[in-house]
Structures are given as C-alpha cells and as structure tokens.
Design a protein around this ligand. Structure first.
Ligand code: ZN
Length: 253
C-alpha cells in the first residue's frame, strides 16, 4: 500500500487547491496520507482536513520549531486532543538544533512532556530530528514509547540502528532523489526493508524534478520508484513492504 507517512496537507500552501492536490495523489495511487499537526492553533485545521479527505489520518503534537509561541496550557490541550480524537500518533514532535533562536532547553521540555503523553496512551510518535539525532535518542531511551517514525531521517547507519532498536521506522522522501545526498541514498539503499517508510513532507522537501517548487503527495510514486531503484527492487515490492511497515507502526489498516 502506497502511504505518505508525512504530509502537511493542512498547510496554508494548499489553501488554494487542497482538493485537487488530494485528488491528484489518489489518482497516482496514494492510499493513505498521514497529516501531522505542528501547533495547537492548527489542530482544528488538521482535524477538518482529515475529516474532508477520507484517506487522511491525523497526528497531533507541538513541533520543535513552534515551542517558542507555545505555553504550558498547550501541553494540556495536546493531551485533550489525543484523548478526544484518538489520532494514529503524537506528532510532529522532536528537536531541531539547526534553526537558530529556538531555545534548546524549551524544545527539550516540550519534547519530553509529549513523549510522556504518548507513553501514557500507548501511542507511537512522529519525530522531527534535525542536527539533534543523539539528543533525541537520549530522550527516547529515558521515556520509552511504543516506537514510531523518524521522519526525513538523516543520520549515520549506527544511529539508524539505534532508532530501529527502539521500535522506530525511518522515513525517506524527496531528499533521497538528489544525487548529492550520498548518505541518505546509501541509507535508503541498505537499511533493512522492514525499517523504512515513505513520505513527501509536502509542501516541503521537493524531489529533484520539482526544481524547488511546492511538493505534493502525488509525487510519492515517483519517490517510491527512486528508492526502489536505489535498492534494486521492483517498485511494487517496495510499496508493499513500506506500506506494511507504516501500518504496523502506526496501527491502522
Ligand atoms: Zn513535518
């Protein structure tokens, strides 16, 4: 099953043509789209997006780049949304030490608090990890959740193995289509097939053929074909295996 495990279909970039973007993705064989929220004030929009488009499922959480405008009450609200909406995962949560001006300690405290919310509900998590792989792994060892997805994974093979041990799948998307992304392509080619899932991260991380234009979930089959070629396997087999992985870790049918 072709599953886009990370797509911000609720983002403002799609306000003008969301229905067409969704229809285009379905036309190209995308069967499920996971829409992770990034901030509490967007949760209602995430909810209405997944309600309007039946192949979409939601995750709710506070993204590390949005912690500066979030307060303690936002964490209470995340808990409430998780209880009320029963999403497939908590996300998008994590750590980002690449973008300047986002207090690291504050990121850490929101991340840990949300890991605890996930653990208390036995929910998987969708992780955003940028320049913070070891810091994220450290917290995951302290607060054991049931696993999840490390989205747009970019780490070493050793770090990948650590995530896998903790019950995580590693997400690959547009970045794997650039010939210069040697490390990511190497990982996509060599990691055990049981541990990888596909994603677009639309509207971000456009594959090479979009020339930095807006990414969309309809690009997923071509991304799948690229990853399949890197692994020397038929695209249909890769789509079947990664779809099973995504459904297994996020627990939907
Ligand atoms: Zn994202």
């Amino acid at each position: 099953m072709l599953i886009d495990t990370h797509c911000h279909l609720d983002a403002g970039e799609f306000d003008g043509d969301r229905a067409q973007v969704y229809a285009h993705a379905l036309l190209h064989g995308v069967e499920r789209i996971v829409v992770p929220a990034v901030a509490v004030d967007g949760f209602a929009g995430t909810k209405s997006t997944v309600a309007a488009y039946s192949r979409c499922v939601a995750a709710y959480g506070i993204h590390p780049l949005y912690v500066m405008q979030a307060g303690e009450d936002d964490l209470v609200q995340v808990g409430d949304w998780l209880d009320r909406e029963r999403p497939v995962a908590v996300g998008e949560i994590g750590l980002d030490f690449h973008v300047p001006g986002i207090d690291a300690a504050r990121q850490q405290s929101f991340f840990v608090a949300q890991l605890k919310l996930a653990r208390a509900r036995d929910l998987p998590v969708i992780l955003h990890v940028r320049r913070a792989v070891d810091a994220v792994l450290r917290e995951l060892r302290r607060v054991r959740v049931r696993g999840g997805i490390a989205h747009a994974f970019n780490g070493s093979p050793q770090q990948a193995a650590e995530f896998i041990k903790l019950g995580f799948k590693l997400g690959f998307g547009g970045a794997a289509t650039y010939s210069g992304s040697t490390r990511i392509r190497q990982l996509a080619a060599t990691l055990p097939i049981e541990s990888i899932v596909l994603e677009t991260d639309a509207p971000d991380i456009p594959p090479v053929w979009l020339n930095r234009g807006r990414n969309a979930p309809g690009e997923l089959p071509r991304i799948a074909a690229e990853v399949a070629a890197l692994r020397g396997m038929p695209p249909a087999a890769l789509i079947a295996a990664t779809g099973d992985n995504a459904r297994g870790v996020l627990g939907f049918s």
